[in-house]
Design a protein. Structure first.
Length: 69
């Protein structure tokens, strides 16, 4: 499973992917960089979703304080 994150023309797109890690874990990678290892695939999907949401907020010019308050 993988998902491409689209960015502005001046930034290189990074690929987020979830791969099996050992016999019972799942790893989330950004390109070739390991981001995290989770016990459940659902956990890896949630981290991926949050990273994508964070990137989308950053691209739109909002920061977390504006969203929370």
């Amino acid at each position: 499973m993988s998902c491409e994150i689209t960015r502005g023309a001046d930034e290189k797109a990074k690929l987020l992917s979830i791969e099996p890690y050992g016999n019972r874990y799942f790893a989330l990678y950004e390109g070739e960089t390991l981001i995290c290892v989770t016990v459940y695939k659902r956990g890896a999907l949630e981290v991926k979703r949050r990273l994508e949401a964070s990137r989308n907020l950053t691209q739109s010019g909002k920061n977390n304080d504006e969203i929370r308050g």
